[in-house]
Design a binder for this molecule. Sequence first.
Ligand code: PHE
Length: 348
Amino acid sequence: MSLKETLEQLKTDALSKIEATQTLDSLNEIRVQVLGKKGSITEVLRGMKDLSPEMRPVIGGFANEVRDTLTTELETKKEVLEEAALNAALEKETIDVSLPGQELNIGTSHILTQVMEEIEDVFLGLGYEIIEGYEIEQDHYNFERMNIPKDHPARDMQDSFYINDEILLRTHTSPIQARTMEKHDFSKGSLRMISPGKVFRRDSDDATHSHQFHQIEGLVVAEGITMGDLKGTLEVLLKKLFGEDREIRLRPSYFPFTEPSVEVDISCFKCGGKGCNVCKQTGWIEILGAGIIHPRVLEMSGIDSTKYSGFAFGLGPDRVAMLKYGVNDIRYFYQNDLRFLEQFRVKG
Ligand code: PHE
């Protein structure tokens, strides 16, 4: 047989083997046998050295054609077999509906959100409106309308982040008092609102201070509001938050926008008043600031202070959450460490 005939033969044999094969493994064997380094085409080409110089390129060219044809055929067959294998696998696959599903990692509301919502619920139940204020506030509302003029020393208690001379990050939620009072239409009834939100002070951050924390402002204005209304309202709230046997006490204090002003304490929920580490051995825990709205604050908002009176309070939900859940560092609330937050997952 001439070299050309041998190559023809080799091609015919290989094509029929490729055609006949049914597995990827045996297809690969054919590829190695025919096209591999020690394969039959290489073998045939070894005989080229005995050819005349004119015949060499002819046979060489023919050998390349054979190699190309076989390579293409091998590839095509490989695709056919791979697809068949995939279809067979898919056909066999069944869905086992009894297998447990993949659990999605669903988030939960932050512990501070939970505490704030608990407080909001109490006030919604008492007929209060929830009103949102601005985190970026005017000096006018944050201080002046709260009876804290520019040179007033009370500004020092609330060292502030100013954006310019007149605009700052609010240092408390009290500016919402002025904003709500100046808009309220008393012909439609009394004013009862709470306003939860973030406040900002240039405090050094430590276990009990953070440059950002939360407050819930409360405000009631109507005819004949007294300190008794304030005390009764806060008693409802604090018993709900810390237990029905809590007692509350009011201590004289000072805020420029309330007169008289009070600090409100609850009897210690841990020791019941005997004295322990939570209440620093006093039996009482300070929980919020409050008071009867200063007549000048009412007047500045266009309310007749001879006809109307009101009370206001400012409550810190961060502090409530720390006390309620025994959290000893306020910064945990803001670090977003899941190991901390996961402990307060709302049970679904
Ligand atoms: N705004 C006061 C503070 O941040 C709290 C307060 C609010 C006191 C309302 C009395 C009445 O310190």
